[in-house]
Design a protein around this ligand. Structure first.
Ligand SMILES: [Zn+2]
Ligand SMILES: [Zn+2]
Length: 263
């Protein structure tokens, strides 16, 4: 069961988190997780979320809790990126001297609008909402070569109001092609984010199969938990999806170096 890992979670060091590292880690231990990364938000790209945590305090906290749990704890950040390299720079500058174990690059904001909430979708077709999101992920992650993982490639689906919510390969094959070539070439992990499904049937098999075809050999698992009740959620389904796509490895990170684990 060594594959039971989570590389994307949040604690009360995040502006939107209320639960301590201890609460989150103890729950993860109870769920049988072997590796649990606290990746708190650094969102310099969006004023309402721009409350960066203190990396020294986060690290102290994680190191202290590590004494109390048997699973391997890691710390790092989820950096909110945009096509504008200034946000990557600000995020990286904020943590680079604190030896993060893992750094996730995520796109949450497009043209100054939060893609999770309804106003983003008003007046847009599914195509108009989804395609710019995928295109901008590619532009955004290129602004921060230091990332280990690209977070939730399908985040735009999470709050989407369309009946047909899942992202598919057919939504933008050319961009997926370029995205996967970039990830594989640079050894960056593609995340299966289980929070994005939000009650729907897990999706992404066609996307993951294409990623495998393009040379992708591993995925990372992120529940994006902000509270104990979300810890470990749907990790089993994520693993099944990966295996069904022919992907046999996941990765965990220490000081930003990956270790690959057979699924
Ligand atoms: Zn995110
Ligand atoms: Zn997150």
């Amino acid at each position: 069961m060594n594959w039971l890992v989570d590389t994307h979670t949040h604690s009360n060091h995040s502006f939107d988190g209320k639960h301590s590292v201890l609460e989150m880690a103890q729950t993860a231990e109870k769920m049988g997780l072997k590796y649990f990364a606290i990746t708190d938000h650094l969102e310099f790209e969006y004023e309402p979320w721009n409350h960066p945590f203190d990396p020294a305090a986060q690290r102290r906290d994680v190191e202290q809790v590590q004494q109390q749990v048997a699973l391997k704890l890691a710390y790092g950040a989820e950096i909110g990126l945009t096509a504008d390299p200034i946000h990557a720079q600000q995020g990286w500058d904020h943590i680079k001297d604190h030896d993060p174990d893992v750094v996730i690059g995520s796109l949450h904001i497009l043209d100054g609008v939060d893609v999770y909430h309804e106003p983003y979708f008003v007046g847009k077709t599914r195509e108009q909402a989804y395609i710019p999101y995928i295109e901008n992920i590619l532009a955004a992650i290129k602004t921060l070569p230091q990332i280990n993982i690209v977070g939730h490639y399908d985040f735009v689906c999470k709050g989407a109001t369309f009946e047909n919510r899942p992202m598919t390969l057919a939504d933008s094959p050319a961009v997926f092609d370029e995205l996967f070539a970039y990830l594989v070439h640079n050894g960056i992990g593609l995340e299966i984010n289980t929070a994005v499904w939000k009650g729907a049937e897990p999706w992404g098999l066609d996307v993951l199969k294409y990623y495998r075809e393009k040379g992708g050999e591993f995925v990372t698992f992120g529940t994006d938990s902000h509270r104990p009740s979300q810890v470990g959620l749907l990790i089993d389904s994520a693993r099944e999806l990966a295996l069904a796509a022919g992907i046999n490895y996941t990765a965990i990170y220490e000081k930003r170096k990956p270790t690959f684990i057979k699924l």
